[in-house]
Design a protein around this ligand. Sequence first.
Ligand code: S3P
Length: 433
Amino acid sequence: MSKFIASPATTLSGDLKVPGDKSISHRSIMLGSLSDGVTKVSGFLEGEDALSTLKAFQAMGVEIEREGDKVTIHGVGINGLKKPVGPLDLGNSGTSIRLMSGILAAQDFDCELIGDESLSKRPMGRVINPLRDMGAVIDSDEGRPPLKITGGQTLTGIHYDLPVASAQVKSCILLAGLYAQGNTCVTEPAPTRDHTERMLTGLGYEVRVINNQMCLTGGGALTATEIQVPSDISSAAFFMVAAAIAPKSDVTLLGVNINPTRTGVINILQLMGANLTLSNEREIGGELLADIRIQSSELQGINIPEEFVPLAIDEFPAVFIAASCAKGETVLTGARELRVKESDRIQVMADGLTILGIENEVLEDGIKIQGGAFKQPTAMIESHHDHRISMSFAIASLRCDYPIEINGVDNVMTSFPNFVELANSAGMSIIEV
Ligand code: S3P
């Protein structure tokens, strides 16, 4: 088990390109595999999560070649997947297991989906229940992986009101809907990332979106195309916060996805007073991109508007570091979902902040953080093997007079394999031991 030692660093600068978007990388493999023809992907995230999806589709008979961030997928068509020889191991990746369960529930073969210790504790009832309503047969370990899916079922379209704002659940149902008889519609309680809808449309599959409802009709086909994956705003967020909290910083993050269902972190940092500007806005393959410049800022504590929560769901660990460096109190509510991510991100962040001397109060659905100065850590910070916790505490070193040690950082590889290299190139001082 490796750890980061993040030594004090004072400033951050440079033009930085963070790796490809994780959500779009997963979907490029899944939908490219189900397309007719060859899909060429560039900017693919070479992280373990996206690679778990890639290997799973290879195991189901799809020919996929990868050279760095360039991937060529020889699509097998919507009904061309083959039974894998053993269980499909999806590692740490919630997106892989939840989206793939929608596809696999509709195949004519049985299969088993497994994952690592963290994934094996995560709730799957949210996808199992609607899939069962569609006619799927799925067994689980009391609503957690492994998932045993019995193939050969005929699925029927449903109209499903999402009980939680979750793009993974929405996508799972829409993907099952590709195979279902009739119309499948999902209504969401708040906007969530819409990469599945955008990519399906780009591959020629009609998705009808009216307000907060998205519908499709089963039985169509996908046509291969080129997919350029933009940089991941969730990875860029660490450098946005880092540049905001470090004195005399000036960082530009190049070619970042600014899909409006993902930009909550920009809204939150701007509300806190961050000096953040977008330029060079453009559209590539149905997704919006921009360069994001961020300079040192005097941050203010805020009440985070609840409508930003699903739009920044993965960025809260980094936002909590910003809140720790802000003047006054920051309050987050309406974010119970953070408790069922790769770790309980409310409790695990609160424990780490306490070790750094930051006053905080854990709420059932959020946290209150009192901005202050980081003190000499009283213990090693435990990431609970959560990549985003590890990277968040690493950037806290920009406002720390003492080295911070963060334990269990191996899973940074799932989403941001070159994090340490990029952070150090911009002025941080992190070693992994
Ligand atoms: C994702 C959706 C979000 C997010 C996850 C990726 C996706 O999960 O936290 O990292 O790619 O659809 P939820 O749908 O559970 O909120």
